[in-house]
Design a binder for this molecule. Structure first.
Ligand SMILES: [Zn+2]
Length: 174
Protein backbone atom coordinates (compact mmCIF):
# COMPACT_ATOMS: atom_id res chain seq x y z
CA UNK A 1 0.00 0.00 0.00
CA UNK A 2 3.01 2.29 0.37
CA UNK A 3 2.86 3.27 -3.30
CA UNK A 4 -0.71 4.55 -2.96
CA UNK A 5 -1.56 8.23 -2.63
CA UNK A 6 -2.49 9.29 0.88
CA UNK A 7 -6.27 8.93 1.28
CA UNK A 8 -7.87 12.31 0.86
CA UNK A 9 -10.34 12.71 3.66
CA UNK A 10 -10.53 16.47 3.22
CA UNK A 11 -14.02 17.90 3.37
CA UNK A 12 -14.50 19.95 0.21
CA UNK A 13 -17.95 21.37 1.03
CA UNK A 14 -16.34 24.78 1.68
CA UNK A 15 -16.04 25.23 -2.11
CA UNK A 16 -19.79 25.89 -2.09
CA UNK A 17 -19.13 29.14 -0.19
CA UNK A 18 -15.82 30.39 -1.51
CA UNK A 19 -13.44 30.35 -4.47
CA UNK A 20 -11.13 27.32 -4.48
CA UNK A 21 -7.63 28.61 -3.80
CA UNK A 22 -6.06 25.75 -5.76
CA UNK A 23 -8.04 25.57 -9.01
CA UNK A 24 -9.62 29.06 -8.76
CA UNK A 25 -13.07 27.69 -9.57
CA UNK A 26 -16.00 29.70 -8.25
CA UNK A 27 -19.05 27.44 -8.37
CA UNK A 28 -21.25 29.69 -6.26
CA UNK A 29 -24.46 30.47 -8.09
CA UNK A 30 -23.81 28.11 -11.01
CA UNK A 31 -27.12 26.76 -12.23
CA UNK A 32 -27.42 23.01 -12.85
CA UNK A 33 -28.40 23.53 -16.48
CA UNK A 34 -25.19 25.50 -17.01
CA UNK A 35 -23.25 22.79 -15.16
CA UNK A 36 -24.71 20.22 -17.59
CA UNK A 37 -22.89 22.02 -20.40
CA UNK A 38 -19.67 22.24 -18.40
CA UNK A 39 -19.82 18.51 -17.64
CA UNK A 40 -20.25 17.70 -21.34
CA UNK A 41 -17.41 20.06 -22.27
CA UNK A 42 -15.11 18.37 -19.76
CA UNK A 43 -15.14 15.09 -21.69
CA UNK A 44 -12.88 16.12 -24.62
CA UNK A 45 -10.52 17.82 -22.16
CA UNK A 46 -10.08 14.64 -20.13
CA UNK A 47 -9.85 12.61 -23.35
CA UNK A 48 -7.06 14.87 -24.65
CA UNK A 49 -5.11 14.39 -21.42
CA UNK A 50 -5.36 10.63 -21.89
CA UNK A 51 -3.71 10.89 -25.31
CA UNK A 52 -0.58 12.40 -23.79
CA UNK A 53 2.50 10.18 -23.54
CA UNK A 54 2.51 10.61 -19.75
CA UNK A 55 -1.17 9.69 -19.35
CA UNK A 56 -0.47 6.57 -17.33
CA UNK A 57 2.45 7.98 -15.32
CA UNK A 58 2.15 9.37 -11.84
CA UNK A 59 4.02 12.69 -11.61
CA UNK A 60 5.10 11.56 -8.15
CA UNK A 61 4.39 8.36 -6.22
CA UNK A 62 1.54 9.82 -4.23
CA UNK A 63 -0.15 11.78 -7.03
CA UNK A 64 -2.59 10.09 -9.39
CA UNK A 65 -1.78 9.84 -13.09
CA UNK A 66 -4.14 11.50 -15.61
CA UNK A 67 -5.57 8.01 -16.25
CA UNK A 68 -6.39 7.53 -12.56
CA UNK A 69 -7.95 11.01 -12.31
CA UNK A 70 -10.10 10.32 -15.38
CA UNK A 71 -11.24 6.96 -13.99
CA UNK A 72 -12.12 8.70 -10.71
CA UNK A 73 -14.12 11.43 -12.48
CA UNK A 74 -15.98 8.79 -14.51
CA UNK A 75 -17.02 7.14 -11.24
CA UNK A 76 -17.73 10.50 -9.58
CA UNK A 77 -20.17 11.56 -12.33
CA UNK A 78 -21.99 8.24 -11.90
CA UNK A 79 -22.20 8.55 -8.11
CA UNK A 80 -23.40 12.16 -8.31
CA UNK A 81 -26.01 11.23 -10.91
CA UNK A 82 -27.33 8.49 -8.61
CA UNK A 83 -27.46 10.99 -5.74
CA UNK A 84 -29.39 13.53 -7.82
CA UNK A 85 -31.88 10.84 -8.79
CA UNK A 86 -32.32 9.98 -5.09
CA UNK A 87 -32.87 13.64 -4.20
CA UNK A 88 -35.53 14.00 -6.87
CA UNK A 89 -37.22 10.67 -6.13
CA UNK A 90 -37.12 10.45 -2.33
CA UNK A 91 -37.75 12.66 0.69
CA UNK A 92 -34.42 13.83 2.17
CA UNK A 93 -32.43 10.70 1.24
CA UNK A 94 -29.22 9.76 3.02
CA UNK A 95 -26.54 8.80 0.50
CA UNK A 96 -24.52 5.61 0.85
CA UNK A 97 -20.91 6.33 1.71
CA UNK A 98 -18.56 6.58 -1.27
CA UNK A 99 -14.96 5.96 -0.27
CA UNK A 100 -13.08 7.39 -3.24
CA UNK A 101 -9.72 5.95 -2.26
CA UNK A 102 -11.15 2.50 -1.72
CA UNK A 103 -12.92 2.72 -5.10
CA UNK A 104 -9.60 3.59 -6.76
CA UNK A 105 -7.99 0.48 -5.31
CA UNK A 106 -10.94 -1.85 -5.85
CA UNK A 107 -11.35 -0.82 -9.50
CA UNK A 108 -7.56 -0.67 -9.96
CA UNK A 109 -7.73 2.61 -11.85
CA UNK A 110 -4.06 2.46 -12.79
CA UNK A 111 -4.53 -0.82 -14.68
CA UNK A 112 -7.54 0.28 -16.74
CA UNK A 113 -7.37 0.88 -20.48
CA UNK A 114 -7.33 4.60 -21.36
CA UNK A 115 -9.78 3.94 -24.19
CA UNK A 116 -12.29 2.27 -21.87
CA UNK A 117 -11.80 4.94 -19.22
CA UNK A 118 -12.72 7.64 -21.77
CA UNK A 119 -15.73 5.66 -22.98
CA UNK A 120 -16.98 5.26 -19.43
CA UNK A 121 -16.32 8.93 -18.60
CA UNK A 122 -18.24 9.99 -21.71
CA UNK A 123 -21.21 7.78 -20.76
CA UNK A 124 -21.40 8.82 -17.11
CA UNK A 125 -20.89 12.52 -17.97
CA UNK A 126 -23.74 12.38 -20.47
CA UNK A 127 -26.10 10.63 -18.04
CA UNK A 128 -25.27 13.17 -15.33
CA UNK A 129 -25.73 16.08 -17.77
CA UNK A 130 -29.12 14.74 -18.85
CA UNK A 131 -30.29 14.59 -15.22
CA UNK A 132 -28.93 18.08 -14.51
CA UNK A 133 -30.82 19.39 -17.53
CA UNK A 134 -34.14 18.06 -16.23
CA UNK A 135 -34.04 19.82 -12.83
CA UNK A 136 -36.57 22.57 -12.48
CA UNK A 137 -37.74 25.12 -9.91
CA UNK A 138 -38.42 23.58 -6.51
CA UNK A 139 -36.48 20.42 -7.42
CA UNK A 140 -33.28 22.46 -7.14
CA UNK A 141 -33.87 22.98 -3.41
CA UNK A 142 -34.74 19.36 -2.53
CA UNK A 143 -32.38 18.07 0.19
CA UNK A 144 -30.12 15.06 0.53
CA UNK A 145 -27.52 14.09 3.12
CA UNK A 146 -24.10 12.52 2.93
CA UNK A 147 -23.36 9.76 5.45
CA UNK A 148 -21.09 12.17 7.38
CA UNK A 149 -24.08 14.50 7.85
CA UNK A 150 -23.19 17.11 5.21
CA UNK A 151 -26.40 18.56 3.80
CA UNK A 152 -26.86 19.23 0.10
CA UNK A 153 -29.59 20.38 -2.21
CA UNK A 154 -29.83 19.27 -5.82
CA UNK A 155 -28.25 22.60 -6.79
CA UNK A 156 -25.36 22.46 -4.32
CA UNK A 157 -24.67 18.80 -5.13
CA UNK A 158 -24.35 19.77 -8.80
CA UNK A 159 -21.93 22.59 -7.90
CA UNK A 160 -19.93 20.31 -5.61
CA UNK A 161 -19.63 17.70 -8.37
CA UNK A 162 -18.58 20.27 -10.95
CA UNK A 163 -15.88 21.61 -8.65
CA UNK A 164 -14.49 18.06 -8.27
CA UNK A 165 -14.22 17.65 -12.05
CA UNK A 166 -12.83 21.16 -12.60
CA UNK A 167 -10.29 20.69 -9.82
CA UNK A 168 -9.04 17.49 -11.43
CA UNK A 169 -8.81 19.18 -14.84
CA UNK A 170 -6.57 21.65 -13.04
CA UNK A 171 -4.62 18.80 -11.38
CA UNK A 172 -3.75 17.26 -14.75
CA UNK A 173 -3.26 20.56 -16.58
CA UNK A 174 -6.08 19.84 -19.04
ZN1 LIG B 1 -10.54 23.41 -6.64
Amino acid sequence: MSDQPTPDSKDWTWVLDSVCDECRQDVRGLEPRLIAGLVRDSVPRFAAALRRPDACTRPSPKVWSPLEYCAHVGDMYEVMNQRLELIVGQEAPKFANWDQDEAALRSDYAAQSPRLVVERLRATAEAFAVTLGTLRGAQLERPGFRSNGSAFTAATLARYAWHDAAHHLHDIGA
